[in-house]
Design a protein around this ligand. Structure first.
Ligand code: FES
Ligand SMILES: [Fe+2]
Length: 428
């Protein structure tokens, strides 16, 4: 069936075709319309603190080397040899002076410049090596240590792109004098699902908790989410969910992170640290944000932040029906080592690849993908109309705000997604 973007998502995005998740033609268009033109998360500065440090990253399916040059600047280059295309960096992370291609041993600096071609000593002519460096990601910018890249040279500055999401991200980041730290290498695993399914889940779908995760999330916790929860869309495609705890709530109820069993595992050392952080939260982020207890955030197109269990995740597409999920444990940089370890265990227990909640989520994403590819059902769009039009501006919080049962976060995402696909559809 020929692709017409207007037929995939209706005007208010309350009806969305199943083909959005399953059609190879949609996926091909997404690569150019979304991943060729957005800011994409590459990594965090704490992963590459020293000259020569590098980590691997991806921009959609394009492999990237993110590195710290000898000049201490951050570099992002496509991990593909200019000779015959092999990946020149084979390790997930490390420290080096050179990336050496295994096929014919062309070697590149950590900044991406080509410095040696072994075969040229036997030849009379010598190629211009200065024109044969690794392909540079044209735009790389940072905010609060988060490094993003874009293939679109004319994209708006990263800070403008993040816009008012910074207000909500700072509710977490600014609580800690030294900011945050990504610890260890990311967990990486494959899910038989479309890349937008994890994204949509973490952009605002916190209402499935009591149902899908009923064995783990107690009913009282879900009742609190429903009564105190807020869902916010700052710019279409970005979103945040959090509880605003009552002014008279005891500090244990307001303190960030350490959801569910984590607070039991933590013991007094964690409790003391969290109490101290919470005691200073109002002076650092203001009274309202000090009472925000985050759930999940989404940053368009494929980055999410699970504040509740302190993890950043990227949903890397690998075709319409496959995701390579990357997931980092995140901790306050100034926390004592023992607390970082406990926080990482808390993250792994719930949202690592074997996490109690993650496995249930991955299972439903795989099932939704299958549901999006059922023969003879593709004329029957999904209903995305819960809470249509109920979101409103708020006097103290930027963006549009509503209850967490309102699916406006998903409608906003798909309206932006549809419009960006339409912008490149004509030359498809
Ligand atoms: S393919 Fe890299 S040196 Fe030949
Ligand atoms: Fe979930």
């Amino acid at each position: 069936m020929p692709l017409k973007v207007d037929e995939l998502v209706n005007a208010d995005a309350s009806l969305i075709s199943r083909r959005c998740w399953s059609d190879p033609a949609v996926y091909a268009l997404e690569k150019r319309a979304i991943f060729g033109r957005s800011w994409l998360f590459l990594g965090h500065e704490t992963q590459i603190p020293n000259a020569g440090d590098f980590v691997q990253a991806y921009m959609c399916e394009t492999p990237i080397i993110l590195s710290r040059g000898e000049d201490h600047k951050v570099y992002a280059n496509v991990n593909s040899c200019r000779h015959r295309g092999l990946p020149v960096c084979r390790a997930d992370h490390g420290n080096t002076r050179r990336f050496i291609c295994p096929y014919h041993n062309w070697s590149y600096t950590v900044e991406g410049a080509l410095v040696a071609i072994p075969q040229e000593s036997a030849l009379q002519g010598q190629p211009d090596k200065s024109a044969l460096g690794l392909q540079r990601v044209p735009r790389v910018e940072r905010w609060r240590g988060m490094i993003f890249g874009s293939f679109d040279e004319s994209i708006i500055p990263l800070e403008d792109y993040l816009g008012d999401m910074r207000f909500y991200l700072d509710a977490f980041f600014l609580r800690f004098p030294q900011g945050i730290e990504f610890i260890g290498a990311p967990h990486r695993w494959l899910i038989d699902a479309n890349w937008k399914l994890p994204v949509e889940n973490q952009l605002g779908d916190v209402n499935h908790g009591a149902f899908l995760h009923s064995a783990i999330i107690p009913r009282e916790a879900q009742t609190l989410i429903e009564s105190l929860g807020h869902s916010v869309v700052t710019t279409p495609g970005h979103g945040a969910t959090f509880r605003v705890m009552p002014e008279d709530a005891p500090w244990q109820d307001v303190a960030w992170g350490m959801e569910a069993m984590g607070s039991l595992l933590g013991g007094s050392e964690v409790q003391d640290y969290l109490r101290e952080v919470q005691a200073r939260a109002a002076e650092r982020v203001g009274e309202l944000r000090a009472r925000m207890k985050g759930l999940t955030y989404g940053i368009y197109p494929n980055l999410s932040f699970l504040w509740s269990n302190t993890s950043f995740k990227v949903s890397h597409p690998r075709g319409p029906g496959k995701v390579e999920y990357w997931s980092w444990a995140v901790v306050p940089a100034d926390a004592p080592a023992a607390i970082k370890k406990i926080l990482r265990t808390n993250y792994s227990s719930f949202f690592g690849p074997g996490g109690l909640l993650e496995q249930e989520d991955a299972e439903v994403w795989a099932q939704q993908y299958l549901g999006s590819d059922i023969d003879f059902a593709d004329q029957q769009p999904y209903f995305y109309g819960l809470g249509l039009g109920e979101e409103q501006p708020h006097p103290h919080m930027p963006g549009l705000v509503s209850v967490t049962a309102n699916e406006f976060y998903a409608r906003s995402f798909f309206q932006r997604w549809r419009d960006e696909l339409k912008a490149v559809e004509s030359d498809a």
